[in-house]
Design a protein around this ligand. Structure first.
Ligand code: NAD
Ligand code: ZN
Length: 355
């Protein structure tokens, strides 16, 4: 066990295993009526031998992609379980990225008022972010994560071997969240700067370095979640880069993977931080280098007024004022700063010239 996440008297072990074959022992140590594995078709194709070795009672496959977080997809899975009389003493295993983790988390927390769950995240983003903290959710109409619960799993099993098959864009996406932890909560993550002549993909081929970065990131997320499960205060820090990032993500219709928009959002929010708190803009160099090395360019110009109006309707903004996390310095943050539109225009002007 790497560490125990503590939540309302419950200990949630986060376990690291080097090779996927080791995962089996952990799963078999749980008593259950039925073992139900949920994954997506792509992950199943890549890891069929491993998944079949887990002696599951049932295997449920989602299509890959965000569509699997729809209400229809949720209900289809519930029907599947009911048809097979799966009872509340079952154990659910979610193997996959954040999509599988989120929808299965929601299924586990609602099916028969709650069934035990183990998360086995297989993307970098899900290892360092979505599998930790207990947020579950599905989308409603075109709105993301509008229906969901807080539901803690019995265990989270992290195995970096899964990263070996991950496409470059998904590695970069997870890396965006890792860098976010570096700028907000753990400076030492940014030591990676000096090694950044390589591209991200190569960095994560280095298993030892990959493990270090994943562990540091998980420590950051655990620290925040333990303090604040219900997102009232500290958890806001995790939204650094996300206010502008989400608006761009919506505006460009999910053109890049999520974490890439977070990198772009951090660039914009650092510019804002510079205008308002004199944040040192040499910190931008690293982010710009990442974008350049990976040939990330916004596909076309954006309409500033539209970006701003999307930000106003972000569900995290109370009464259409725009609140944002800003930095005075690396790891010295200001939460929930209410920003005025003129300054936002000014920052987006500067941002536009960089990306
Ligand atoms: P994802 O789950 O869509 O996975 C990305 C792609 O990678 C998918 O096509 C998947 O099939 C594939 N894949 C997964 N593992 C693989 C592997 N080992 N090798 C090759 N391909 C693999 O994307 P994601 O970035 O992991 O998660 C995004 C989702 O997570 C979003 O829906 C977001 O809302 C959610 N999220 C939730 C939280 C939370 O706290 N619950 C936090 C952040 C994000
Ligand atoms: Zn994010």
């Amino acid at each position: 066990i790497y560490l125990n996440l503590k939540r309302n008297e419950k200990n949630i072990p986060i376990v690291f295993v080097e090779r996927i074959e080791k995962i089996r022992e952990y799963i078999l140590s749980f008593n259950c009526s039925n073992l139900v594995i949920f994954t997506d078709r792509l992950v199943y194709r890549l890891y069929k031998d491993f998944i079949d070795s887990l002696q599951h009672s049932y295997l449920y496959l989602f299509d890959k992609g965000e569509e699997s977080k729809s209400i229809e997809s949720y209900l289809k899975a519930i029907d599947y379980l009911l048809d097979r009389n799966v009872d509340r003493r079952a154990l659910f295993i979610a193997i996959g990225g954040g999509v599988v983790g989120d929808v299965v988390g929601f299924i586990a927390s609602t099916y028969k008022r709650g069934v035990r769950l183990i998360h086995i995240p297989t993307t970098l983003l899900s290892m360092v972010d979505s599998s930790i903290g207990g947020k579950t959710g599905i989308n409603y109409k075109s709105y993301k994560n509008q229906i969901g619960t807080f539901y803690q799993p019995e265990m989270i099993i992290i195995c970096p071997q899964f990263l070996g098959t991950l496409p470059k864009s998904e590695v970069l996406s997870g890396f965006g969240e890792i860098i976010k932890y570096g700028f907000t909560l753990d400076k030492s993550i940014l030591d990676i700067k000096d090694r950044f002549e390589k591209d991200v993909f190569e960095i994560f081929q280095d298993k030892i370095l990959a493990m270090q970065l994943i562990k540091k990131s998980i420590n950051c997320k655990v620290k925040v979640v333990e303090k604040d499960e219900k997102e009232s205060f500290l958890r806001e820090i995790l939204n650094f880069g996300h206010t502008v990032g989400h608006a761009l993500e919506t505006y460009y219709n999910y053109y890049f993977s999520h974490g890439i928009f977070v990198i772009l959002g951090m660039v914009a929010e650092m510019i804002l931080s510079n205008i308002l708190f004199n944040f040192d803009l040499s910190n931008l160099d690293f982010l710009i280098r990442i974008l350049e090395k990976n040939s990330i360019k916004l596909p076309q110009r954006f309409e500033k007024s539209q970006i701003i109006s999307i930000m106003k309707y972000d569900k995290k903004n109370i009464s259409s004022s725009i609140r944002i996390v800003l930095l005075k310095d690396v790891c010295d943050y200001v939460l929930g700063y209410e920003i005025n539109e003129d300054i936002l225009y000014e920052a987006l002007d500067k941002f536009e010239k960089i990306v």
